[in-house]
Design a protein around this ligand. Sequence first.
Ligand code: C2E
Ligand code: MG
Ligand code: MG
Length: 712
Amino acid sequence: MMKAPITSVPVHSSEEDHYVDDHILYRFLVDSLTEYAVFAVSPDGAVISWNSGAEKTFGYTKTEVLGRSFALIFTADDARAGEPENELASALTGRQTQHDRWHVRKDGSRFWGTNTVQPLHDAAGKLLGFTKLVRDATASHAALEELSDSEQQLRLLIESVSDYAIFSIKLDGTISSWNAGAEKVFGYSQLDVIGANFSVLFSADDIRAGIPSAELRRAAADGSARVERWLIRKDGSRILASGRLSELRRDVDGDMRGFVSIAHDITQNDAAAQDLRRRAQYDELTELPNRRTFYEHVQRAIALMKRRSAHMLAVLFIDLDHFKSVNDEFGHIIADGLLAVTARRLEQCVRSEDVVARIGGDEFAILLNGINGVADATDAAERIGIEMRQPATIDGRDVRATVSIGIALANRKYKKPEDILRDADTAMYAAKTDGRARASMYTPAMNNGSALNADLAADLHHAIEHAEFRVAYQPIVHLSDMRIVGFEALVRWQHPRRGLLTPGLFIPKAEETELIVSIDRWMLREAARQLATWQSRGIGSSLQMSVNVSSKEFSRDDFIGELQVIMRSTGLPPVSLRLEITESAIMERSERAMALIAAIRNLGIELHIDDFGTGYSSLSALQHMSVDALKIDASFVASIDSRKGTELVETVITLAHKLGLVAIAEGIETSDQLARLIELDCDFGQGFFLAAPLGAEEAGRLAIAGVCVPDA
Ligand code: C2E
Ligand code: MG
Ligand code: MG
């Protein structure tokens, strides 16, 4: 393929005799140009000369390249696109001789080269080949590119910084960019966090205290804020992050777009970190370990117990009785003093290997590590009880406070510290219920009580994911003939450890945490699906399903949309659905509430006011709200035996009828109550006397029967 090898370059000299000298000179010159790659190729692109600059620039020695196609210095993409041939062709036409492009070295690395190609003819005008001159211009090219696309460059730069977490936050707190450093520092990938609220980086306590939004506010107010704080990594470990949170503006006088956070991990740093760590582990007021640290101790003790079967431990949950009254009566300085005194007394009552911690306002916990038996735990509780009964003198005032104590003995079933603490808490509640100033030992039977615990929220999350909710259906009947007109869907929680829980035990917590929205939506879907299924089997085509809707759910912007989706996906006719809402949810009479109510009724869905009489409905509000029914709260029905009670119920029924609404009595428990309600012209009713809330199957059977037949 190598035709007419060219070993020389003609010089523009008319005298033949100068040729050789010039030729040598020229060669010498070209070879000394070490900063420039100068070489020649044959007409079909084979390398025929290669100077030392080319060796240096491309990394190939002369012997390596001679005879090979010069396409080898092109990128694979350019070579495939025919760029080597194009370069030569356009040089021939004289159209273009300058081709700046990426070139490839022998080692595969690239550089940006300015590149000039010239055709080479002999004296007779015959094409001998081409000369090429290439200079590495990467540095100047990069500078140019940087200028032309500095934002892009900056982004790349930021993305590649790996020791600093750099991320941006939108005005609403969601994370919109996340660099490699943030990945390294926090352990979350971009996929994990982009679109999530940046509060994921904060501890639950900080979130509760509103720290994330407070930081944004501070940055917005001052333009930028220095931040040093313990944050939480993806794996749950804590890091001390130090950095700056700055607001981000599009340009000098533009609007604020969001925030940029730059932080790095200083967990391992010096005294400041020690101090912060101490503050993160200990309670400042009592100087006792805090809840987190307590959990760590318990976790270690559990691990030890697993390894050594003889190792026994117990957790005491201690709550001051009537602490609120102490606060109210003596003020918070003395109340704080009481907490500090309690801390010292608790420490006196146990051995040095035990751990006393403050885990909440007036709540303490003790880990009794390595006890010999139950008696050790009850003895400790007794000592604490006696010690606490001594009056304490704080700021010259005598303060008395007793404690209620719950004891949980650890066994191998326990895996997490939270579980033991929860059971000790349950036992403490039992002690309170029994009259306070006493201790009680945890037994599984206590779980059926009303003891709430701190892990309920976590359990609730789990419950939603693991489909632990069930629906109970309570018939609603026409009081004049006991005909079943519909069911009320009531949520139940099949708790993995505590068994079946009624809503009173978890709805309040769910409302606190917004989880209620997920529960309500699931209930709506499930109840609608159930009635649609019955209807498709020819049962209950005239039945209606009542579903409770929390005010949290009711006030959501997407509530109407969700209703439409449910109606569409289940195929349930809207007239078959009724929503039960408490007075407070709709009595604000805001324009939004009015519009929402109108929208729901436009869909053809009825609205009932639940627990009517326990809230603050005003008559005029009721008139404007255009709802369909009032549900008379069970407490009124329970009082119907008294004269005053009868009058009250009668008033509500009359009111409903005057407003063109239907009255539904809740909680009918006796035949007498039923008889009185019928007398008072109440339209519908439900209650244990008629039928308890039932499982779907039983409810379905009752729907087929069509009537409720009370036993008595
Ligand atoms: P509610 O809407 O007033 O429901 C009626 C409650 O009275 C139910 O309690 C029912 O089991 C109970 N009950 C039925 N018959 C009698 C009776 O003869 N006597 C007495 N004393 N009570 C009777 P439950 O199931 O414990 O529900 C309690 C409350 O929890 C409900 O009160 C409702 O406000 C709320 N709830 C239930 N399910 C849901 C739900 O899916 N979402 C929301 N947001 N709240 C729900
Ligand atoms: Mg209800
Ligand atoms: Mg009710």
